[in-house]
Design a protein around this ligand. Structure first.
Ligand code: NAG
Ligand code: NAG
Length: 196
């Protein structure tokens, strides 16, 4: 979950950064989720890879999903800080609940439980793309780089864990290590206080 939802996008973005800068104005839009609110990011667990197994029940799997979505938001915070003074801006967003194929491997009873909500409350994919399109295309939001959006609107009252600059920096360093990008960082296990 961490690799697919977060780390792969981190690496792709970092590899594209020079190109994004020379072809600015450009934007990095990261699709996160309000489910970051249920996240509980533990750097010591990430560090020794105990977080890499999906878990055996839905609540564990959902927690990993929420954690990966918090990572998407923290990544956007740190990225905007690193992009100050360039013509590259970045945004993260909650797209809403959308009728996609995301739940195609749910067990049959979970599907039976989820289906009514799925058809009554979830948006079709076209509606679900609107906040993403807004962040990619809306003119004049460049000064809001690094922020989180929902329903095509800036969200300022997001939880403190999604505004934690120290965690965002730590996550960035850790991600560089995981991707083999940092030569200077030494991994220190524990609570991550070895990071600077
Ligand atoms: C899921 O598994 C974890 C760890 O085995 C356990 O602590 C938790 O209570 C389980 N949750 C549910 C809803 O079964
Ligand atoms: C940003 O874009 C403006 C307008 O295209 C340009 O004048 C400026 O040099 C660019 N700044 C950087 C840092 O690339």
């Amino acid at each position: 979950m961490f690799g697919v939802n977060y780390l792969g996008h981190f690496l792709l973005t970092v590899l594209l950064l020079d190109r994004l800068k020379t072809s600015g104005p450009s934007r990095v839009v990261t699709v996160a989720s309000n489910s970051y609110r249920r996240s509980k990011l533990d750097f010591s667990v990430l560090l020794d890879h105990r977080d890499s197994a999906l878990g055996s029940n839905y609540s564990q799997i959902y927690r990993k999903y929420c954690n990966s979505k918090l990572c998407n938001i923290l990544f956007t915070c740190e990225l905007s800080r690193r992009l100050q003074g360039t013509n590259v801006t970045c945004y993260s967003l909650h797209p809403g609940l959308i009728r996609t194929q995301l739940g195609r491997y749910l067990g049959i009873w979970m599907k039976v439980f989820v289906m009514p909500f799925f058809y009554l409350l979830f948006m079709d994919p076209k509606s679900g793309a609107q906040t993403t399109l807004y962040c990619a295309l809306e003119q004049g939001i460049e000064h809001l780089s690094g922020h989180f959006f929902s329903r095509c609107t800036l969200q300022l009252n997001i939880g403190s864990k999604a505004r934690d600059d120290a965690a965002a920096r730590k996550l960035w360093d850790l991600s560089e290590s995981f991707c083999g990008l940092s030569k200077t960082h030494k991994l220190v296990s524990g609570d991550g206080s070895g990071f600077s």
